[in-house]
Design a protein around this ligand. Structure first.
Ligand SMILES: Nc1nc2c(ncn2[C@@H]2O[C@H](COP(=O)(O)OP(=O)(O)OP(=O)(O)O)[C@@H](O)[C@H]2O)c(=O)[nH]1
Ligand SMILES: [Mg+2]
Length: 329
């Protein structure tokens, strides 16, 4: 483990990849690893990129990588596919699009699926971001398709969230998903080369301004074209401005505190879930309770409470220790 930590911190690509696989598979050894990396993670900026399928998130991420590299910054990118069980390397489309960066040692590209993740995606993705930060990456980009709850999850992990919109083929602003205003720190109106983009940009700006009501941060709307890179440096500048706003207002600290809280409660739930799974396998605890419920001797709520009482009375700690977390807990 010592060796592994050293290699992650030195930015060794294969070890970083292995470390991310470890969090993706929810390997219990990750607790110790993440604890060892913890003091190394604070400097990186985590930027979420979300939006509807096909909006151009990957293409924009690719352009942003180029922009940041030009500034001498190193970049880690995690492409999250909330619907895919496939993992362990770049998705085909992303691989093609970002190929020009594949040989750049200042860039690390990785896809993640949802396999084995208990608390949705946010915990595993947040941990992967920590690993990339510990490996020395300055900017961590997290791309996720804006479906279901994934935007809410990305908002939890990211310091700055870019919401990518596109000219909506006539019905424009009506197609914007509810709740997007609360998520976006910066809007990228991508495919600004397409008809209707101007009008859409105007409408989004009006919507943003109506929602702002003198709020200390009003999300800028940046028009981008990934085909020629138009607007990409403005987008990077908007991210930088937001980061500055976060630091100066104390919001960055607040956000990171909240993240520690989320992380802590999610870790407790996740540890407990793993432990319960083992109990179920080893002692038939769950099966017994299920039998009692099925035969009418107990109701699910009563059985669950009895189980919890039994668990905490019987020493939860020893069981945790037995799968190798004694150095962390
Ligand atoms: N006209 C135009 N097409 C674009 C632009 N940016 C991206 N596209 C095209 O839009 C399509 C989708 O781009 P991606 O970058 O894969 O979009 P994505 O949001 O990552 O897609 P998913 O990850 O599948 O949700 C591709 O065919 C791109 O070539 C743009 O600025 N203008
Ligand atoms: Mg993509």
């Amino acid at each position: 483990m010592e060796e592994m930590l050293k290699k992650v911190i030195s930015g060794d690509r294969r070890t970083v990849a292995r470390a991310i696989t470890m969090v993706e598979n929810r390997d219990p050894r990750r607790y110790k690893m993440l604890a060892g990396l913890r003091s190394r993670v604070s400097h990186a900026l985590v930027v979420g990129i979300t939006g509807p399928p096909g909006a151009g998130k990957s293409a924009l991420a690719d352009r942003l990588i180029t922009e940041y590299r030009r500034k001498g910054l190193t970049v880690g990118i995690i492409a999250v596919d909330p619907s895919s069980p496939f993992t362990g390397g770049a998705l085909l489309g992303d691989r093609i699009r970002m190929q020009q960066h594949a040989t750049d040692s200042g860039v690390f590209i990785r896809s993640m699926g949802t396999r084995g993740s208990l608390g949705g995606l946010s915990l595993a993705t947040g941990e992967a971001a920590q690993i990339l930060a510990a490996s020395g990456k300055d900017i961590i980009l997290i791309e996720t398709v804006g479906v279901g709850q994934s935007e809410m999850e990305i908002m939890k992990i990211a310091d700055t969230t870019i919401v990518v919109l596109t000219p909506g083929g006539g019905d424009s602003i009506q197609t914007i998903k509810a709740g997007i205003m609360e998520i976006a720190d910066v809007f990228a109106l991508n495919k600004a080369d397409l008809p209707g983009a101007r009008r859409m940009a105007r409408e989004v700006r009006i919507m943003v301004e109506t929602n702002c009501h003198g709020a200390p941060w009003c999300p800028p709307v940046v028009e981008t074209v990934t085909i020629n890179g138009q607007g990409v440096s403005e987008l990077a500048q908007a991210v930088k401005n937001h980061c500055q706003y976060l630091s100066e207002s104390g919001k960055l600290e607040e956000k990171r505190q909240q993240r520690v809280l989320d992380e802590l409660s999610e870790t407790i739930i996740s540890l407990f879930g793993e432990w319960l799974g083992r109990q179920g396998q080893q002692q038939g605890l769950l099966t017994n309770a299920a039998h009692r419920v099925a035969s009418g001797q107990a109701d699910p709520y009563g059985a669950a409470v009895a189980m919890l009482q039994g668990i905490f009375a019987g020493g939860f700690k020893e069981e945790i220790y037995s799968f190798g977390c004694q150095d962390v807990l």
